[in-house]
Design a binder for this molecule. Structure first.
Ligand SMILES: NC(=O)c1ccc[n+]([C@@H]2O[C@H](COP(=O)([O-])OP(=O)(O)OC[C@H]3O[C@@H](n4cnc5c(N)ncnc54)[C@H](OP(=O)(O)O)[C@@H]3O)[C@@H](O)[C@H]2O)c1
Length: 189
């Protein structure tokens, strides 16, 4: 049977991790990114624009401001976090994910992005359906102190791979996605 005329529709919101790391899984240095990579920032912006982004309080502090054009959901254990325009605070990753499902405009979110750091990524690895990974490799080693958690790559399939100069953009999907997937007939079939 040929299914090529079917469109894949994700019924539930996709939970996606987005991260840039070295092959050694380095992601941060002294509270900031260990690099300045305009090509990766541009890609991050394009992928996440219009969606909900969930991040840890330290990652938000390093940004210093909400990212424009996106819902900014920040996770902290602080019961009384500072009021910052454009920031929604949550005391757990699950609470932030639940809030991300319902867009403030009343619509439903299709994909939310988990944007780090380490502890948030570690918890999100068990919940995510998709991962957007930029592998950063340069001739010289980057210095840093914060790493993406060890993860079981055998549970993930590469669905897209692109090499741009010395950046490798890889999209993985979980072998069995958590999001309910439904197939609908493509118009005209
Ligand atoms: N390369 C990349 O793609 C990338 C992406 C993101 C971040 N980074 C880098 O990573 C570093 C920051 O990451 P990090 O791991 O140090 O910190 P982080 O994950 O951004 O923030 C940690 C904070 O988040 C809150 N938190 C974490 N887990 C929580 C939970 N389960 N429930 C409630 N609150 C929770 C706590 O905030 P409170 O202390 O307020 O309670 C905790 O101190 C920076 O260097 C940043 O530049 C890199």
């Amino acid at each position: 049977m040929n299914f090529s005329h079917l469109l894949r529709v994700d019924v539930n919101m996709l939970i996606s991790i987005i991260v840039a790391m070295t092959p050694e899984r380095l992601i941060g240095a002294a509270g900031r990114l260990p690099w300045y990579l305009p090509e990766d920032l541009k890609r991050f912006r394009a992928i996440t624009m219009g969606h909900a982004i969930i991040m840890g309080r330290k990652t938000f502090s390093s940004l210093g401001r909400p990212l424009v054009g996106r819902r900014n959901l920040v996770v902290s254990r602080n019961p009384d976090p500072p009021k910052v325009a454009g920031i929604e605070w949550f005391n757990s990753l699950d609470a932030a994910i639940e809030a991300a499902r319902r867009a403030p405009t009343g619509g439903e979110e299709t994909e939310c992005f988990i944007a780090g750091g380490t502890e948030i990524y570690a918890e999100a690895l068990g919940k995510a359906d998709r991962m957007y990974v930029t592998y950063v490799q340069r001739d010289f080693p980057f210095q840093g102190d914060t790493y993406f958690p060890v993860w079981d790559q055998t549970r993930w399939s590469v669905v897209s791979h692109e090499l741009v100069k010395d950046l490798e953009f890889v999209i993985y999907e979980r072998a069995e996605s958590h999001a309910a997937i439904e197939y609908v007939m493509e118009p005209g079939n």
